[in-house]
Design a protein around this ligand. Sequence first.
Ligand SMILES: NC(=O)c1ccc[n+]([C@@H]2O[C@H](COP(=O)([O-])OP(=O)(O)OC[C@H]3O[C@@H](n4cnc5c(N)ncnc54)[C@H](O)[C@@H]3O)[C@@H](O)[C@H]2O)c1
Length: 278
Amino acid sequence: MTETPAKPVLLTGASGALGRVLATSLSAAGWTLRLTDIVPFPAAIPAGAAFTRADLNDGVTMLRLAEGCGAIVHLGGVSVERPFEEVLGPNIRGLYHIYEAARREKARVIFASSNHSIGFHERSESIGADTQFLPDGFYGLSKAYGELMGRLYWFKHGVESVFIRIGSCFPEPVDARMLATWLSYPDLSQLVIRCVMTPDVGCSVVWGTSNNARMTWWRDDARERLGWAPEDSADPFIAQLGAHVSADPVQERYMGGGFCAIGWSREAPAPPGLFRNE
Ligand SMILES: NC(=O)c1ccc[n+]([C@@H]2O[C@H](COP(=O)([O-])OP(=O)(O)OC[C@H]3O[C@@H](n4cnc5c(N)ncnc54)[C@H](O)[C@@H]3O)[C@@H](O)[C@H]2O)c1
């Protein structure tokens, strides 16, 4: 597919795992990219791209980097569970800087949200994209905040967003949970292309997983509007990974897996009926 956006695209978190994947695939698609990250880009800068080293906490530089851009693919920030003070700068203040830049440029934001924004839903549930946020840590909380920030900027300023609630985006699935949550790199790239190129996305949520038979947890998202249908699947790994589960009942009970167990201090899981005014 040779779709190219009319304006440059700003890619934050470009030096990270997914940033490098997208820098390569979007460059190969002929896109003009502005790459940025707090650490240097660890490879040759792809064709059609320029790299600027910057901290998301630096709002003035974020405004400058976004000048003339039509979309911001926002991957930068803390990407695992960390103490609140570490999450605060990149994921809370930094997110604000990205949305201010988007407002000024009338640019669309493609936000790398996460399954950890809803991580305390139980795996026996089937939830739509408009489900309640149940973050499983400070990291997941920052992703829920990001999606709420996007909604504020859509309703107040008309800034469009697509929130990609990424499951597990790695070269291959590595455990039984990922038989449900895995997203392949090619499916991610195609999804980001659709998020940028589709007209009129408004403020949308899409679950970021490949076409996995075991993904029974998540439904009803914006994929049809985006024209995205994942082509890869974790299913060929079922025989190899089906029994690859942890011994931790908390980890295995909830959608967020291991992140739910980090710092867990309840004596028992929350009982049904004491939440949502049930
Ligand atoms: N990989 C996954 O399975 C997955 C799942 C859910 C969500 N996500 C989200 O997707 C995005 C990319 O994930 P990843 O796996 O490539 O993570 P990563 O940690 O490899 O990349 C994140 C990048 O953000 C940069 N960064 C951190 N603090 C910064 C700051 N203050 N200023 C500028 N840059 C900063 C880091 O240097 C890093 O290169 C993240 O937002 C992550 O939360 C990823």
